[in-house]
Design a protein around this ligand. Structure first.
Ligand code: FES
Ligand code: FE2
Length: 371
């Protein structure tokens, strides 16, 4: 442990971490204990569980949580562990239940986790003492976050997320497409790559065509950016959007979160291949030119949202060398596939960016693992 502390202390700001942080199982366990079990984690979308009894499982390290909407409409994060002999309860990763029934001895729980029925327990057995354990949960503007900590820390981005995402109507959206894939790289390489755009001009040519993230030396370009900021702020104010979030702060606040809205290059209104809408407007938008809503919360989440669709990424460390990505694309819940949108058009832009980043992370991981 002291070796780990020494390595942390010797880190030079602005430089990569030392190799063990990316390749060593001991450090991976530290990541789980010190980061993933202490902070807030994005689990999924409220629109995945619109009805009472709808649930999905969120697995992180050795824990499995049942994210479920109760009959009281509250969203809970129940540990997927029977209070009798510890069996997993939900084996199907998502679905709808009236009650949660343990497959082993059939103990039956309500959707709020309370034990409703046991078999052959002694007379003095008190069901109330055997409710499913719960993790902390927050449902914010359609995003569900959980914390495995004993005492949940403050969640600083909450207000900004509500103000940024309110107009996007994520609670009344639907997931139009999802992809799950594994990257052969430590989760920190995936996150570090996501937080710099030094690589964008070379690796994300499609992205750089519509976004301003890349460092630009050209004076004309800088003037264009300033013009876009000025006209966008004015436009967004007239649309009732919160322009206090309209800034180009790329640095993480309190070193772990960022919530803002940025303009696209002139002529583009959505983060799509041709910069035009690919689906009906979401939420309360009546004008498509709402720029790009962005949010990142370490250690496992980011999103990019346009007025017609939202793209979210959930990062789950599997081991020190494998990271699982859950990529979701959301649209207005009333939009009909084939009529109002095609999945191919909806995902083309960000899928390409994701594939480019996938390759980058694996290339880097190979080098980082080298002796
Ligand atoms: S382990 Fe669940 S009912 Fe026995
Ligand atoms: Fe990238």
């Amino acid at each position: 442990m002291s070796a780990a502390n020494d390595l942390v202390k010797s880190r030079r700001p602005g430089w990569s971490l030392e190799q063990p942080f990316y390749v060593d199982p001991f450090y991976f366990q530290l990541d789980l204990d010190r980061v993933f079990r202490t902070g807030w984690l994005f689990a999924g979308h409220a629109c995945q569980i619109k009805e009472s009894g709808d649930y999905f499982c969120y697995d992180i390290a050795d824990d499995s949580l049942i994210i479920i909407r109760g009959y009281d409409q509250k969203v809970r994060a129940l540990f997927n562990v029977c209070r009798h002999r510890g069996s997993i309860i939900c084996k199907i990763p998502k679905g709808h239940v009236k009650r949660l029934v343990c497959p082993y001895h059939q103990w039956t729980y309500d959707t709020d986790g309370s034990l409703l029925r046991n078999t052959w327990m002694p007379e003095d057995f008190v069901n109330d003492n055997f409710s499913l354990k719960q993790a902390h949960v927050k449902s914010i503007a359609g995003l569900i976050f959980v914390s495995l900590a004993d005492v949940a820390p403050a969640f600083a981005p909450e207000d900004d997320l509500k103000r940024l995402l309110g107009p996007h109507g994520l609670e009344s959206a639907k997931i139009a497409h999802s992809e799950t894939y594994d990257i052969a790289a430590n989760w920190k390489l995936v996150l570090e790559n996501q937080r710099e755009c030094y690589h964008c001009p070379a690796k994300h040519k499609g992205y750089a065509k519509i976004q301003f993230d890349t460092d630009i030396d050209d004076i004309d370009e800088q003037n264009q950016i300033q013009t876009r900021w000025n006209e966008s702020r004015e436009k967004w104010a007239s649309m009732g959007l919160d322009v206090s979030l309209a800034d180009d702060r790329y640095a993480m606040r309190e070193s772990w979160w960022r919530v803002n809205r940025t303009p696209f290059r002139a002529g583009f209104v959505s983060e799509t291949v041709n910069g035009q809408l690919v689906a009906p407007l979401m939420g309360t938008f009546t004008d498509p030119d709402a720029g790009n809503a962005r949010a990142n919360t370490y250690p496992n989440f980011w999103l990019h949202g346009s007025s017609d669709h939202m793209h979210t990424m959930r990062v789950t460390p599997i081991d020190e060398k494998i990271t699982r990505i859950q990529a979701d694309w959301l649209v207005n819940e009333t939009a009909k596939e084939g009529t109002d949108y095609s999945v191919e058009q909806l995902i083309a832009f960000s899928k390409r960016v994701n594939e480019e980043d996938h390759e980058i992370a694996e290339d880097q991981a190979k080098g980082v693992m080298s002796s």
